[in-house]
Design a protein around this ligand. Structure first.
Ligand SMILES: [Zn+2]
Length: 250
């Protein structure tokens, strides 16, 4: 069976009673690893616990999402640094900049910069949410951590070129198929910079539906078709990329 990693999932946002079932259903479809991201400090403990329950299967990522910067408690950056120091497998994210949700750059920028610098300092992958933020990112391209992932990539081809020039990865979920430049973007990006993700339970293929990690192979198959590439070959490369981002291989 083809192996997949879901490189961006909000597992803690499902009813906790269903987690085992959701993971097993995904595994039955070849999705055997998951990067579990968080959006607020309140979710950090849940994500760490999931990773403990499923070692080597769930890789935790701790961050503050730009939508929730109003909810932070004082000292969050020290607490995040403390956890990174003690847990060498913990990644940073999801974090970033979102111009649609909040047209003001500050304080999003400060919160993002702190997380970016922590990822650099402790050599962890950074999982970035960037929406209509191409201009705002100008200050950040040169200081991106070695492994930086632009989750749910939805930018234009110019943005993709910048990201590639600075060593970044782009993760694609169902939202890419709604992008008017999808064909151009998916054909341009080299296979060694692609990741697959569901962003589940969000970003479902159809409105009103709940997304599930078991749908990931569908995303991969569609992307392979658009690229005119064999699914097995593409998936094998993307799995290697995912292992690197997850910190499981060098
Ligand atoms: Zn997300």
């Amino acid at each position: 069976m083809i192996q997949f990693m879901d490189s961006h999932i909000h597992l803690q946002d499902y009813n906790a009673n269903n987690t085992t079932e959701i993971i097993q259903a995904a595994e039955a479809c070849g999705v055997d690893k998951f990067i579990a991201v968080s959006s607020t400090e309140d979710q950090w403990a849940d994500v760490l616990k999931l990773a403990q329950t499923y070692p080597n299967k769930i890789i935790p990522a701790l961050g503050i999402h730009p939508w929730y910067i109003g909810k932070m408690r004082k000292g969050w950056e020290k607490r995040l640094e403390g956890i990174l120091l003690q847990n060498h497998h913990v990644l940073v994210g999801e974090c970033g900049l979102d111009r649609i949700k909040n047209p003001e750059l500050a304080p999003q920028e400060d919160i993002f910069r702190i997380q970016l610098e922590l990822a650099r300092k402790y050599r962890r992958s950074l999982l970035i949410h960037a929406v209509k933020a191409a201009e705002w990112l100008e200050d950040f391209w040169k200081i991106l951590p070695e492994c930086s992932v632009f989750h749910a990539f939805g930018g234009r081809i110019d943005m993709l070129k910048k990201l590639l020039n600075h060593g970044g990865y782009a993760a694609f979920g169902f939202s890419i198929f709604k992008n008017r430049d999808a064909q151009q973007i998916l054909r341009y990006i080299p296979a060694d910079r692609i990741l697959f993700e569901t962003d589940a339970p969000y970003m479902a293929p159809n409105k009103g539906q709940q997304n599930l990690p078991q749908y990931l192979p569908e995303i991969a198959a569609k992307i392979a078709t658009i690229r005119g590439e064999d699914l097995e070959t593409l998936a094998a490369q993307v799995y290697q990329n995912s292992l690197k981002i997850a910190g499981l291989i060098k």
